[in-house]
Design a protein around this ligand. Structure first.
Ligand SMILES: [Fe+2]
Length: 294
């Protein structure tokens, strides 16, 4: 496959599995195109034109000619300078790796995190949270994350790829959509009775079973094993963690259980207070499921 085809595949699969639904994502692309047509001056000059065809700013070819033919790639959750050097070492031994595929984003794809976070209020609204409130809670998080990633050395790995001459692509939200949709469908199909049954179901997935073997099993971090699983929301996509207040509002929206990759203290506390079950399925295991599905 050409690198451009691998990239297009990531976008297409990500859109099919988007929690907002493909139609809403396509609508947003169309709105974006209309807004761009009206732009002028610096706003037009610095506009991210790639966003007219790709709704996931953290899923990008960050180095390499899209027309390059790729017959073999090396994939990882974090492909950084060390892993790029590993690829070079393997190539010196005859591996013929033509692309490094990283789940976590680098360069301008990392700077795209605040943009992809916009899917979160829409996804939570679809699950029953009040739209206006969800959007208001999210608003300060965009700037917070933008300042965080913008202040870091975001081009470090991209520069290493360029110097090594190894194409580098990041597939973040596209793959997180895949795992989120996959686990959502598993839960809808199996209808677990209690929170404990959610854990049992997750352990059926080989990536999560492998983590459990490493003594990092899925965990119930809020709620009780005997609590009803009820309506389940899978919170695994959208760039960065949501505001803890989403977890506070989830119960009023009829949600009983949230399954996420990882959870910070403020989210666990908010969920405990609200009487919500929270299952941490495991960050690396879930990221691996998304990449494996891709
Ligand atoms: Fe991740």
């Amino acid at each position: 496959m050409k690198l451009a085809e691998i990239y297009a595949l990531a976008i297409n699969l990500g859109m099919n599995a988007d929690p907002r639904g493909r139609a809403m994502v396509e609508q947003e692309l169309a709105d974006q195109a209309r807004a761009y047509a009206k732009m002028s001056g610096p706003q037009r000059q610095f506009f991210d034109r790639e966003s007219l065809i790709n709704p996931y700013a953290d899923t990008r070819i960050v180095y390499g000619d899209p027309q390059t033919e790729i017959s073999k790639l090396i994939a990882g959750i974090d492909m950084q300078t060390a892993e790029l050097l590993l690829a070079r070492q393997l190539n010196q031994e005859g591996a013929e790796i033509g692309l490094a595929l990283s789940h976590h984003a680098h360069g301008r794809a990392l700077l795209g995190l605040p943009q992809v976070m916009r899917l979160q209020p829409a996804a939570w609204t679809k699950a029953g949270l009040p739209a206006k409130e969800a959007e208001q809670l999210m608003a300060p998080r965009y700037d917070e994350v933008a300042l965080g990633v913008g202040g870091g050395n975001y081009n470090r790995t991209v520069d290493a790829a360029r110097l090594l001459g190894l194409p580098l692509m990041c597939a973040h939200t596209a793959c997180d959509n895949l795992v989120s949709d996959f686990i959502d469908r598993l839960m809808r199909q199996e209808q677990p009775d209690q929170a404990a049954d959610v854990l049992t179901l997750l352990l059926r997935l080989p990536e999560i079973a492998a983590a459990a073997q490493d003594q990092n099993p899925p965990r119930l971090v809020a709620g009780k094993h005997g609590h009803a699983a009820g309506k389940i929301f899978v919170d695994m996509t959208g760039g960065a963690s949501p505001p803890a207040d989403y977890y506070r509002l989830a119960v009023a929206a009829g949600i009983s259980t949230v399954i996420c990759m990882s959870a910070k203290r403020d989210i666990i506390d908010a969920a405990d207070e609200a009487g919500l079950n929270v299952v941490v399925a495991g960050h690396m295991a879930c990221d691996s499921i998304g990449m494996n599905l891709f």
